[in-house]
Design a protein around this ligand. Structure first.
Ligand code: FAD
Length: 536
């Protein structure tokens, strides 16, 4: 097949325009074109009155080879890469050892699925509950302020991204096309087909819940085992080789191949790993606030007269500003038409994040506006970043009224350094609730200074960003793990513990659903190859 890229057509192009573009670009007749499908569809909205759709197409013709020769020097015409997933191993007939996956977020899910598909019958240990029970606990916290520290936004089947916007794009390098494998598995589990071709696919919370259940069923059908409410509290290591785990209920499970895919909020488990001597380093992350605007104002700023167009959907944005004090401020995890959610997994702490449904039709747009920080801001060893996060989250809890409401401030008041007297046009979506206050005390001074400088700069890119009624809610501290569990670049094992595979966001190898899922596939392959090597 032939891949044609960068085909630009107007937003309102008719149904035959794509085919006509192919014929004229390749200089072939309609009879020579056998079929085509859209590999990717994005848009260029730099000119709001002339928004263009940009297509990448995969095409089959009666003369593929001739065309590839004819257009050999043409940047837009290439051979379609192999998008099929090819398993790297098959489990031996007599499997003497089953790999363990700790954590059932996107990383653990894909690791377990791929291992199961290759015949390794993995055992998954997940501290939280299965997704329907977890949904009740999570929504219970948002509605009634009753937090279950083992079953919440961060912990439970599906991991941290289950109650999310379900954005699936990532900027990681992916030469082996693992992201295609992830998308295909998601579609097979019920995700909409369009995630295969839109340039910024997203799924939304309720679809994610159903998909996770289907993927779990497939793993079990293939001989895998998934245990919920199974928190790993201890790791056994003999002569630098991991040999098993102990669960919170005291049960011991033996394996010499264990993946640690525990996400960025498993602070107790990070401490356990550190105490066991697993090599960990402190790593940079970011802190800030969630900002909310009316979605209609973001649509207008981004799409002008085309705001509301069905193909474009609810508008997003991506913003960066480099500040005079040397810090960078950027927008993160933007959720068009979504809500701001309470994302703590620990008592008496307040953490914000964002989610939306597939329809993205809530009143507000939200995103985190965060400042990059690094270990020099929180000196004190590998786990010092966790204490830094905890301090900010505890302080936010007190600022919000010590009842899980979050502290919030209108942008107008924030820029002036005043406590707002009342809300304006932007109605807060955060549940359980917010308390209007002065946020300048919620983060270190250098962060506040940087965000105050960035908001007017962002207003130049997205008109209305500095609207005085826009609302900021805090604090956003769980942007990524504050640690890196170092692993060997080739074997993917911990650099000082054989058989232990640090993986996903919690170990510092992913930042989002897609990159965590891709890392899960890599880990599964490394574990499978190592198991086979030992059987020889
Ligand atoms: P996680 O998903 O965090 O999964 C780790 C799992 O390990 C958890 O289920 C946890 O319960 C379990 N665990 C932890 N410790 C133990 C233990 N000791 N024993 C057993 N189990 C344990 N990313 C995007 O790309 N797009 C988005 O739209 C998006 N929105 C988000 C919205 C919210 C509200 C949140 C919280 C996150 C969002 N993210 C989003 C980030 C994304 O969810 C994470 O990057 C991703 O889930 C990381 O995957 P993971 O598998 O590495 O870890």
């Amino acid at each position: 097949m032939i891949r044609l890229s960068n085909i630009q057509l107007p937003l309102d192009h008719n149904t035959t325009a794509l085919e006509n573009s192919i014929l004229s670009m390749l200089e072939i007749s309609a009879e020579q074109l056998v079929s085509f499908n859209v590999f990717r569809r994005g848009y260029d909205a730099r000119k709001k009155t002339n928004i263009m759709l940009i297509y990448t197409l995969d095409i089959e013709t009666t003369c593929d080879q001739d065309l590839l020769i004819k257009f050999a020097d043409h940047q837009q015409v290439k051979i379609t890469p192999d998008l099929n997933y090819h398993p790297v191993a098959q489990a031996p007939a007599t499997l003497t050892e089953r790999p363990i996956i700790i954590g059932f977020g996107p990383c653990g899910l894909l690791a377990a699925l791929v291992l199961a598909q290759m015949g390794y019958k993995p055992i998954v240990l997940e501290r939280g509950k299965e997704v329907r029970e977890r949904t009740k606990d999570t929504f219970g916290f948002w509605r009634k302020k009753i937090l279950n520290t083992e079953s919440n936004v961060q912990f439970g089947e599906g991991g941290a991204g289950t109650f999310s916007d379900g954005k699936l794009y990532s900027q990681v390098k992916d030469p082996k096309q693992y992201s295609r494998k992830v998308l295909n598995e998601f579609v097979a589990a019920g995700a909409p087909d369009e995630i295969l071709y839109v340039s910024k696919p997203h799924i939304g919370t309720f679809k994610l819940v159903a998909m996770v259940e289907k993927m779990r069923a497939q793993i079990i059908e293939l001989g895998g085992e998934i245990r919920f409410s199974a928190r790993v509290d201890d790791l056994h290591i003999e002569d630098g080789q991991v040999t098993g785990v102990t669960l919170a209920n005291g049960e011991r499970i033996h394996s010499k191949h264990i993946a640690v895919a525990i996400g960025h909020s498993a602070r107790d488990t990070f401490e356990m790993l550190h105490n066991k001597g697993i090599y960990i380093e402190a790593k940079p992350f970011s802190v800030g606030f969630r900002i909310e605007h009316e979605q209609s104002s973001v649509d207008k700023a981004r799409f002008g007269p085309n705001a509301g167009n069905e193909i474009l959907g609810a508008a997003d944005y991506k913003l960066v500003h480099h500040c005079k004090n040397g810090r960078s401020v950027y927008s993160f995890c933007m959720c068009p038409g979504g809500t701001v959610v309470a994302a703590t997994s620990e008592e008496n702490r307040v953490v914000t994040n964002g989610m939306s449904q597939y329809s993205r039709n809530e009143r507000n747009a939200n995103s985190a506006i965060v400042v990059g920080i690094d270990p020099s801001d929180y000196p004190g060893g590998p786990l010092a970043g966790i204490e830094f996060q905890r301090k900010l989250e505890s302080h936010a809890f007190v600022m919000g009224g010590s009842n899980y409401d979050a502290p919030a401030q209108t942008v107008g008041a924030f820029l002036k350094g005043e406590t707002p007297k009342a809300l304006g046009r932007v109605i807060p979506s955060f549940k359980p609730g917010i308390k209007l206050t002065d946020l300048s005390d919620a983060l270190p001074d250098f962060c506040i200074e940087a965000i105050r400088e960035a908001i007017p700069a962002f207003n130049k890119k997205v008109k209305g960003f500095a609207f005085e009624d826009a609302l900021m809610t805090g604090v956003e501290t769980r942007t990524s793990a504050p640690i890196n569990i170092k692993r060997d670049a080739k074997s993917l094992e911990s650099i000082n513990t054989k058989g232990l595979y640090p993986a996903g966001e919690g170990a510092g190898y992913a930042g989002g659903i897609m990159s965590a899922a891709i890392d899960g596939i890599k880990i599964a392959e490394a574990m499978a190859l190592s198991i086979n090597e030992k059987v020889k």
